[in-house]
Design a protein around this ligand. Sequence first.
Ligand code: PLP
Length: 391
Amino acid sequence: MPQRIYFDNAATTAPDPRVLEAMRPYLDEFWGNPSSLYAEGRQAREAVDRARAQIADMLGAESGEIVFTAGGTEADNLALQGTLLAAGLSGSHLVTSAIEHPAILACCRQLERLGVQVTRLAIDGEGLIDPSDLERAIRPETRLVSIMAANNVIGTIQPIGALAQVARSRGVLFHTDAVQAVGKIAFDMRTQPIDLLSLSAHKLHGPKGVGALYVRKGVELWPLLPGGGQEQGRRSGTENVAAIAGLGLAAELAAACRPAEAARLVRLRDHLIENICERIKNSYLIGHRWRRLPGHICLGFDGLEGEAIKLLLELDKEGIAISSGSACSAIHAGQPSHVLEALGFDAFKARGSLRISLGRFNTLEEADRFLEVLPRAVASLRPIRRLAKAG
Ligand code: PLP
């Protein structure tokens, strides 16, 4: 039985064994509460402080600007709700995009019910947001702009520096959901006018349920979880020390490996794109050709619209884990992706794409095996479509 191939690193990544090793002592040996003043507490506090410094180093930030959260969703919610609560909800205006992750979009819908006005910027045919559209959308009452650094469905990387600069020049805070981008593209808070940035450990070969929000010094933010005052009062609750230690090392490794790893993943990605488009008639790449995440491929197949779920189950049988480009969880399986709809796909076509996302542990051998299996799987489904049509 050949080893399974995991090509869904945008959903989550395998924890790096070094990260697991770094977490273990804080589960079985140093289990003190980091707020305690005695030795057990100080040992736990050291781990939290080290992780904070590791993340700050990766982002070119200061340690005091990092707030630990229980993942990307919480970091996104803290950024949006925290800054708008501080600014006063009613009558405030927020600009975001039509292709954000549900962590942002659902939070925006809730804020609208509380009196916040929301503008959602459109994208072009390759998934890019035009900074001049942002310029036009900003009003005197705009308090925050939130635009993702890279999209989780199509992999397109936004011109985040230019977008952040527009917000800065108009005196508006800029948040970016960088959950998919951190560790794959470089960030430096010393030169980028980003005020808030969300990240999540499990997209970086770290553990699930832990993330962080970068909050530039001086930015006012109300907590979503008021309580014992941990994280400078921005996120109360006893810290998940082992997970935080894991996130810290995952960030350090990501920063150290990034240039070489990104270059290798670009080669692997382009090898797959070229060969798939050559071997499978009527297959096409969705999103920008080169302004895309290093290991990210989103594909459509003419004649297989609406069949992505069948295709991914067919590949699963062959030992390959990939995602459909439609709403990418079992909860929303088969629903058309709002990202593909924003690209102009109709609901039917928006259910027909595949997302292949590569990570640290994928190899050329795996890519070549996938290239053997995929054309067969597509061919096995195309006749079904033709028969269904004829019927
Ligand atoms: N933002 C983006 C762009 C994501 O891709 C994800 C996860 O898929 C999240 C936010 C949510 O992160 P988490 O799973 O850590 O809550």
